[in-house]
Design a binder for this molecule. Structure first.
Ligand code: PLP
Length: 390
């Protein structure tokens, strides 16, 4: 089918909630994807940090292939080993409590919101409040949307859930002062991905931990984008001055397939009880097989060290591109602010040159390459950027 024909069908049959780039991808391998004309691209977005093991990694492909012909779904009314093993792997590699598996990032946050609210009710708070940061993005379902200050002002979807308040992301004292008797949790992304790769200052993370401890509130990290090795440690919080009580993750967790998780410490592991939460598809054997395959690839000290090294190489190279004003991020989660160049226009030109990157806002390009890339791919991306933007 010709691209123009596909575009016409899409506009006729698909709800028009996305402004899609004019390209149809048909195949992927590692950090490369190919379009329907056979043109090859270097993918520095990886499905928005989903394909961190690269496209069609053999460990994921083989695991899924074996599982899809054995057992794909039974519902959560019965036991299957994969989901249990995945929960074990998630908890043993992070907070040590229990995990609730789900199908996406926003669902992981819905689970976390319910958990911290119930925890607050258990402390006698009848009207709990969750503090979130300005510039946060937590998802598109009503709870996560209500926790997303930049989107919950859109009157078309009002009324939003009450019980969320946004505070500045660069004011530790302000955050400390905002935590009070009604606070159920402080909810934050260690690095805000969707609104520009904004690294939350260590001082704010430390203040959030201290204030939550003093108030008996929970610290909730949304590691949906930062988790699974993206920043050069399995979980971003490992490089921060504080550990959360509850963590959500998704995106790269499924090796390209849809899965999410809400993970607790041992202390918060029993908050949600039978009947409190559920999901038909969640934690099924197929998704668990893919996810365990992705874990085997990413939970590797050598790979994580390379993510930190390559992140440094990418940042250094970006800094020397004339059109780039500043570079921020950690590991292979990088944002570059452009000077006098529109980011959308730049991303279109880069796509034409065979490099996939993501424009966020008017002035920033976001880079989220697969974590399995090498130096040659970083240098190739930098060469395309310098040539195209220079
Ligand atoms: N939280 C963060 C930090 C995200 O980056 C995203 C997605 O971009 C979400 C939540 C929502 O995840 P999903 O789109 O899988 O629902």
């Amino acid at each position: 089918m010709k691209l123009a024909e596909l575009q016409e069908l899409e506009s006729r049959w698909v709800m028009q909630t996305y402004a899609r780039m004019p390209v149809e991808f048909v195949r992927g391998e590692g950090a490369r994807v190919w379009d329907s004309d056979g043109k090859r691209y270097l993918d520095f977005l990886a499905g928005i940090s989903v394909c961190s093991v690269g496209h069609c990694h053999p460990a994921v492909v083989e695991a899924v292939r074996a599982q899809v012909g054995t057992l794909t779904h039974t519902s959560n009314l019965y036991l299957t080993e994969g989901g249990v093993r995945l929960a074990q792997r998630l908890c043993e590699s992070s907070l040590g409590g229990r995990a609730f598996l789900c199908n996406s990032g926003t669902e992981a946050n819905e689970c976390a919101i319910k958990l911290v609210r119930k925890h607050a009710h258990g402390r006698g708070i009848s009207d709990p409040e969750i503090l979130v940061l300005e510039g946060a993005f937590h998802g598109r379902t009503m709870g996560s949307l209500s926790a997303t200050p930049g989107l919950s002002t859109n009157e078309s979807f009002a009324p939003y859930l009450p019980g969320f308040r946004a505070v500045a992301r660069d004011d530790p004292d302000g955050l400390h002062a905002a935590v009070g008797e009604r606070t159920a949790a402080v909810m934050l992304e260690p690095i805000q991905g969707e609104t520009g790769v904004n690294v939350v200052p260590d001082e704010l993370i430390a203040a959030a931990r201290e204030a939550c401890d003093a108030a008996g509130a929970l610290l909730l990290f949304d590691e949906i984008q930062t988790g699974m090795g993206r920043t050069g440690s399995l979980w971003a919080y490992e490089q921060l001055p504080a550990r959360p009580d509850v963590m959500t993750t998704a995106k790269a967790l499924g090796g390209g397939l849809p899965v999410g998780a809400c993970v607790t410490t041992p202390e918060t592991a029993g908050v949600l009880e039978p009947g409190d939460h559920g999901s038909t598809f969640a934690g099924g054997p197929l998704i668990a097989a893919a996810s365990l395959g992705a874990f085997d690839v990413i939970d590797d000290p050598e790979l994580l060290r390379r993510v930190r090294d390559l992140g440094g190489r990418l940042c250094d190279g970006l800094e020397s591109v004339d059109a780039i004003a500043d570079v921020r991020g950690r590991g292979l989660m990088v944002g570059a602010r452009l000077e006098e160049v529109d980011a959308k226009h730049a991303a279109s030109r880069l796509l034409a040159e065979g490099l996939i990157v993501n424009p966020i806002g008017e002035g920033t390009l976001r880079f989220l390459p697969p974590l399995v890339i090498g130096e040659a791919e970083v240098d190739e991306a930098l060469e395309i950027l310098a040539r195209t933007l220079g």
